[in-house]
Structures are given as structure tokens and as C-alpha cells.
Design a protein around this ligand. Sequence first.
Ligand SMILES: Cc1cc2nc3c(=O)[nH]c(=O)nc-3n(C[C@H](O)[C@H](O)[C@H](O)COP(=O)(O)O)c2cc1C
Length: 241
Amino acid sequence: MYCSRAPIPRTGLLYSKTDIHAIDGKTVNDQPTLNTAVIYGSARRHRAGIKAARFVMRKLAQRGHQATLIDPLEYPLPFLDLMYKEYEPGTAPGAMETIGRILDDADGFIIVSGEYNHSEPPVLKNLLDHYQSEYHYKPSGIVTYSAGPFGGVRALITLRAILAELGTPSIPSAFPISQVQNAFDDDGNALETAYERRITKFLDEFDWYAHALKQARCRQACAAVDPAVDDMPTQQALCRG
Ligand SMILES: Cc1cc2nc3c(=O)[nH]c(=O)nc-3n(C[C@H](O)[C@H](O)[C@H](O)COP(=O)(O)O)c2cc1C
């Protein structure tokens, strides 16, 4: 694994030349695997957006990501009382521990969100608010959707501000989906070719940021143990909160 704390590569060359070319090139096969958490934002019994979340999961898997879906129906959280970090280690409710581990292991996040009254769904905000350091120095990508023609773009705006504050800035591209109920089949296959084309561009960009920040986090972790590797400040010194 290229981003392990031990053993520390003495050369400081954590990406090979081939890897760096691969970032700008078409193939990601010789890149380290990205762990990506897909955070889905609806717990409604008749939710339509789950098909969009499945579509994203399918596309990430095809690109070789280790993708994990965080579904608030599968991992229900209480309304925010204590944040995850406020529990003694190992004492948070089960779903909160599981989500915490998934977020911590992730190299980046894809948010799949509907638009409720021109904003993000409350179940999504509640989930996001429980965590903090788990997001830091990792990129996010925003997928929004709606039943109507506008693809949830107003929730996209609110999510950008929230994700920036959480320390997981969103990539410039976004992926709005209009009439989500007609866009995918139940397995998450796109019913329009335009979505296939657009998701490739969106995820290409997400991959670039995820690899770049993963490399930077790795250099920091190595430098914390062996200053000869790099002179970047330690992760702890830079972490907020
Ligand atoms: C409480 C609520 C508020 C909504 N507000 C909006 C809205 O502001 N703009 C919009 O385009 N659609 C709105 N819708 C319609 C949603 O786009 C549509 O129901 C979508 O399927 C919701 O995502 P979900 O089914 O995954 O929960 C709203 C739906 C709900 C339940």
C-alpha cells in the first residue's frame, strides 16, 4: 500500500512516475485503490434517490474504487446530541461507530442528495454534523437530484458551503439529475446515455482530487515520523477542531 505509516519509504517518492502519468492519463489501473464513501441523504419510505445512489456505486466500482454506501435507513442516527468525537472510544451507538469507521477509512466522499425546500434533506445534515476530523483533507463530490427539471441545484449550493466548513471541499464539477424517478432502473442503470457520459467526467475530476489529497496526506503522515521524507507540517498541526 502506498500510503502506509510503516515502513516509511526512505526515498520520499510515494508515487512512481507511472502513477503520476496515470493521474493525467486515461487509466487508473496502476493507481492505488481509492476508498470512497457514498453518503445518501434520504430515509423516506418511498425515496426515489436510492436509484441514483446505486448508479454512483456501480460507476465507482467499475472504476476500481472500494466504494461503501452510507444509507441512513441502514444506519439510523439519533437527532444530534453528542457528536461522534464526544463519545469515549468504542462507546458510540453501533450505527454511529460504523459510519465513523467508514468515513475515517475513506479517501473522499460522494454526497447523493435530494432537494427539500431548496436545501439539503435534514437526515443528511444530521448525519454530516455528527462527524468532523473524519472529513479533513479529503475531497467531496456532490450529486443532487429532484423530481422536477432543476436537478436539486439549490441543495447543491447549500451543500457546498456545509462541506467546505466540514473540511471536505467539494470538487468544481457537480452532477445534478432532473426527474430522478425516470433516470435509472431499480438496479441503478442509467436510462439515458447522457448520464453515462457526464458521470465519467465528474468522477475523473473527483479521482484527480482524491488521489492528489491522498498523496499529500501520505506525505504528511510519513514526514511526521521521518522528517527526511518531506518538510510538510504534521497532520496534527494542520487539523482543525
Ligand atoms: C419535504 C420535501 C421537500 C421538497 N422540496 C423540493 C424542492 O424544493 N425542490 C424540488 O425540486 N423538489 C422538491 N421536492 C421533491 C423531491 O425532489 C422529490 O420528492 C425527490 O424524489 C426527493 O428525494 P427522495 O425521494 O430520495 O427522498 C421535495 C420533496 C420533499 C419530500
